[in-house]
Design a protein around this ligand. Structure first.
Ligand SMILES: Nc1ncnc2c1ncn2[C@@H]1O[C@H](COP(=O)(O)OP(=O)(O)OP(=O)(O)O)[C@@H](O)[C@H]1O
Ligand SMILES: [Mg+2]
Length: 292
């Protein structure tokens, strides 16, 4: 009997990734004094894995800690903008204009969101033209970095929502970023294409951005009831070990609902488990980024 209890207890201490839960430090307030926005790119060329959902909700959870957060919608689909209630198709200026003109002030493009302390640089379909237009530019890979370097002093964290591609836009995001988070859907073929992504990150690191680091892999759309979801997560942990965040985002219809509502889950359903999972992710991110 006692033995059973012990087993249950130790089982409970195992997180969804099958590893024991770490003791995370309590959330620190943001550093006082001058800001130097830490830039994190959400990147996976596979579509529909939770990049946008993670950008919005991790951003909102970090803003709850008192940090100033800027989201960069870097996908011509404009999903991060729409997900925060911004209609990007009616905007005169978006991130696209900042990429192509050095004379526009980023402050004129930034939109405040309903989340206190969180702003967004919106995008719309115009951005799809940038991919071609940038090809002929000098230092075409550094264009986003040039834009964000002007904004770093105003924010603690800058999160870039990448498009599902490894093209020039994503290379720009990786060149501007300090860290990469890769959301992985806990589904069949989740690992397919990850070698290509890792290869791209390594090439950017070698040639353009030596300080770039993989911050973590995030399991998303996890369904604890299916053996399959757990098997996928086991394989991800086998392949990537401690790079995998202990936090896992479960599948729930609340996330699609938040897109319709145009707000993050932390305000749409503040006491939901989805909101708590993104708050826990924020704690893990801060624990892995001691200077943020
Ligand atoms: N944990 C979750 N549970 C259920 N649905 C989710 C979850 N996370 C995201 N979704 C939904 O899955 C869809 C894809 O998510 P999301 O847009 O975040 O992925 P993405 O990687 O940004 O996609 P794309 O590659 O098209 O940009 C959306 O409808 C979103 O609401
Ligand atoms: Mg997206």
């Amino acid at each position: 009997m006692a033995r059973d209890d012990e087993e249950t207890l130790s089982d409970e201490k195992l997180g969804p990734t099958g590893r024991p839960w770490p003791t995370l430090p309590p959330v620190r307030p943001p550093r006082s004094g001058s800001k130097h926005g830490l830039i994190i790119a959400m990147c996976n060329q596979k579509g529909g894995v939770g990049k946008t959902t993670t950008t919005i909700n991790l951003g909102a959870a970090l803003a709850e800690t008192g940090r100033r957060v800027l989201l960069v919608d870097f996908d011509p689909q404009g999903s991060a903008s729409v997900g925060l209630g911004v209609n990007p198709h009616t905007l005169e200026r978006t991130i696209y204009n900042l990429l192509l003109s050095r004379t526009i002030d980023p402050v004129d493009v930034i939109v405040t969101t309903s989340v206190e302390g969180m702003d967004i640089l919106p995008a719309n379909i115009d951005l799809s033209a940038a991919e071609l237009q940038l090809v002929s530019e000098v230092a075409r890979e550094q264009t986003l970095k040039r834009v964000l370097d002007r904004l770093r002093g105003d924010y603690d964290m800058i999160l870039i929502d990448c498009a599902p591609s490894l093209g020039l836009l994503t290379v720009n995001a990786l060149t501007a970023a300090d860290k990469v988070i890769t959301p992985l859907e806990c589904e069949f073929f989740a690992l397919r294409g990850i070698a290509l992504l890792t290869d791209t990150v390594n090439k950017v690191k070698d040639r353009l951005n030596p300080d770039l680091e993989m911050l973590g892999i995030l399991g998303t759309m996890f369904d604890a009831r299916t053996l399959h979801s757990r098997e996928v997560l086991d394989r991800v942990v086998q392949a990537f070990g401690e790079t995998v965040f202990h936090t896992v985002i479960r599948r729930t219809v609340k996330f699609p609902e938040t897109t319709v509502a145009g707000e993050p889950i932390t305000t749409y359903a503040p006491s939901s488990s989805g909101a708590d999972q993104y708050r826990m992710l924020a704690r893990e991110v801060l624990a892995r980024c001691p200077d943020a």
